[in-house]
Design a protein around this ligand. Sequence first.
Ligand code: BGC
Length: 468
Amino acid sequence: MKRRYHDLFLLKFEWIEDSVCLRSLFFLVRLTYFLFITGCVLRPLGPLDRPPQNCALACTGYRPFAWGISTSSLQYEDRAVETGSREYFERDWDLMVQKKEAPSIGNALYSWSHFDEDLKALKKIGVNAYRFSIEWARIEPQPGEYNQEAIHHYVEMARKLKESGIEPYVCLWHFTFPAWLSDQKNSTQTNWLHPLARSHWNHYVARMVEAMSPYVTYYAPQNEPNGQVLTAYIVGLWPPHHLCDFKGYKNAMSMSVDFFRDAATRIKEIKSDAKIVSIEAIPYWYHGWLDPGGLIYNTVEHNAFDHLDKVYDLCDIIGFNYYYSQVAGPFSLLTQGSHRGTHFTMMGWRIDPRALGKLIRKVGKRYHKPLMITENGIATLDEQKRIDYLRDHIAQIQKTMSQGYNIKGYFIWSLADNYEWHYGYVPKFGLATMDPKTFQRKFKQSALYYHDVINASQKLGKVVPFPR
Ligand code: BGC
């Protein structure tokens, strides 16, 4: 005969063992209990250690406001160099493609050889800011060997943008490292943690900034370092592919902070009026009821804010990328990306514009500095859905600005449908597509919507989400 009741403290209710449904419930209760106990152990995100230096929270008015578009080198550029030549470069991502751990990139959007097509499209949309990244491996194909022509090419891009009235925002690292920083024998010494990485990073940054400084004022040292380190050391998807390597995570995170601080210092030494922009991955996290002690919530909040907490003092603008909200709970972590339907994007991400408003308030109060949404956008095949998404997020910018939050810009990801990392060319994030014969960027309806938003906002001197 089964025992009917047993030890409440250890949560053994053996009388329910016969029913699958009740057994699942039992599992849930036990999981929640476990999470509660362990959750109490992890420190919640506390206030910043030091009081903020710059208390410029109050909105100083609409102008200047950067209406921008964001892109990245690997996701846009063709390689455009001969295999075996001195200029030939490889990134850690290329090694993954070779091992079939990532989809093939091809020539992406030919933005290296046909940057003028991008420029034409940007001018037509009417943006006054454009964010692009520099491919470190292209600049330094071998340790200490620099490609002067490539440096010149990036400088030319910045010059052309500037002359077209478009402010270049230059990101010095967008997820990819030169392949020579991948240690195939000792993966603990890869990328951030490679013995050559930090000194070479410093030289690379200095060279690029010296070359670009006549045209470039806004520099973002890194794109989403917090997301990249998480994906590399906890999820195990990106090099060095370590699963739940907490020590590696901590070391890489701390090194990425050092890289950021080095870069920001170098940039200001070279160009004292340069502006430093952070770009962090910050989704909006709801505290889930299956995580009563906050183990998951506190963990994801630390991932969102720890890096920024250690570099915000050097930032002139606190920039972050916002795409979706998520519940911090065991099921939501396991099922993230699998949802479909009206309230989700092609990536399976929850569409939650109001959470952007909440996030702006949270980040604004935490750092007391000017803010910028450095990426926001949606993968979808449905243009009306994209327009609705953009409009509702832009409306949150308008709302929070009217509440006094000092937002200095908004950037859409992205100009055209591009290479989306592990998903290849399937997700459609672009305001345009590319004609493969002429390389022209062909606008979707959402590009016209963005054009109208920018036009109306610039005319009226305020953010206008509903231009017509
Ligand atoms: C990254 C982009 C990426 C986009 C959409 C951002 O986190 O910076 O490289 O394409 O999200 O997933």
